[in-house]
Write a protein that binds this ligand. Structure first.
Ligand code: UDP
Ligand code: MG
Length: 314
């Protein structure tokens, strides 16, 4: 019988680990699906690791790894996928905002031959108006860039082993799971689910961290901002030619004294365009720098069931 791996990234989720493990186990056992649960402790500062160990002791289906620090959700997912042994893997959040029952539906679709089953949000749940707007703008940009509709995409997905291996073999550091699992192609299906409210704790995202996330992901998928610079340069050139002609005409007519304001404005305009452009180029260079260092995307410090290390209190 095929094995389903459930990968659950967890960052400061101590209150809910045991409940999540129980809920997932319940759903999968009821459906008669053979499974394992792989928790990834993404450098939590609370008792998340203890909770994971407790869950692992209570249930042989549960395993866990702990990263050496907080590497971010994408890296945690990747670590979990590498650790998983299943013929297919489901990635699900720890907070139970994504109903585990949907997993069974995903699994059935996988049995029918789909290699990727996307969980699609039927609505975005409770979020502030600003957050909704920002998310909308980001997904509109992302959808245009990746050429796939990502507005309702989430990280709740089932992936066939083949797809998991494809994702694991990607060398890039800026890893945007949601978009890359679309990028790999393969026959895919989707399942809708309603986003629930968080039962414990609060979201791990701040507006600033989401903004950084958006910027990183857009630049890791697209060079359009770089091309925009060229377009901007062309635009400024046209403006310069027009103003140049006007200036020449004025010179020959002998009325060239005024126009100081124009000079100041042009200087300011061109100066700021150049600086913004350098900023964009600099950002890409910094990304290239990050990629070229080829550092590992995460480091595993502990595993459940390995005594020595847990005694060190990691
Ligand atoms: N998460 C993580 N590392 C991080 C931030 C979040 O592993 O640095 C996990 C978190 O524990 C949760 C999932 O990613 O299981 C989604 O986080 P959250 O619920 O805060 O995001 P939201 O649902 O608000 O988008
Ligand atoms: Mg959540």
């Amino acid at each position: 019988m095929p094995l389903l791996s459930v990968v659950i990234p967890a960052y400061n989720e101590q209150e809910i680990i045991l409940k999540t493990a129980a809920a997932v186990t319940q759903v999968l056992e009821d459906a008669g699906i053979e499974h394992e649960i792989v928790f990834v402790n993404d450098g939590s500062r609370d008792g998340t690791w203890d909770a994971i160990e407790q869950a692992a002791r209570a249930d042989a289906h549960v395993r866990g790894i702990g990263l050496s620090r907080n590497f971010g959700k994408e890296s945690a997912i990747l670590a979990g996928l590498r650790e998983s042994r299943g013929d297919c893997c489901v990635v699900i959040d720890c907070d139970l905002q994504q109903p585990p029952e949907v997993m069974v539906e995903m699994y059935r679709l996988w049995e029918q031959g789909y290699k990727v089953v996307n969980g699609v949000k039927s609505d975005r749940g409770k979020e502030s108006a600003f957050h909704k707007l920002a998310a909308k703008a980001f997904y509109a940009a992302m959808s245009a860039i990746v050429k796939l509709d990502m507005r309702k995409a989430s990280d709740y997905k089932l992936l066939d082993r083949e797809v998991v291996e494809a994702l694991l073999s990607m060398p890039e550091r800026n890893y945007f799971f949601r978009a890359l699992s679309e990028w790999v192609g393969y026959p895919s299906a989707s399942v809708e689910y309603d986003v629930r409210e968080r039962a414990y704790g609060k979201t791990k995202w701040t507006t600033w961290s989401l903004f950084r996330y958006a910027l990183t992901n857009i630049t890791s998928f697209s060079a359009i901002p770089l091309h925009l610079i060229t377009a901007l340069g062309c635009f400024v050139f046209v403006v310069a030619v027009v103003f140049g002609l006007i200036a020449l005409v004025q010179y020959f007519k002998g009325t060239a004294v005024e126009g100081f304001t124009t000079v100041i404005l042009l200087l300011l305009l061109i100066g700021s365009v150049i600086m913004i452009s350098l900023g964009i180029i600099g950002y890409y260079i910094s990304k290239i720098y990050e990629e070229i260092k080829q550092r590992p995307k995460y480091l595993v410090a502990v595993r459940t069931g390995e005594k020595e290390q847990t005694e060190k209190g990691l």
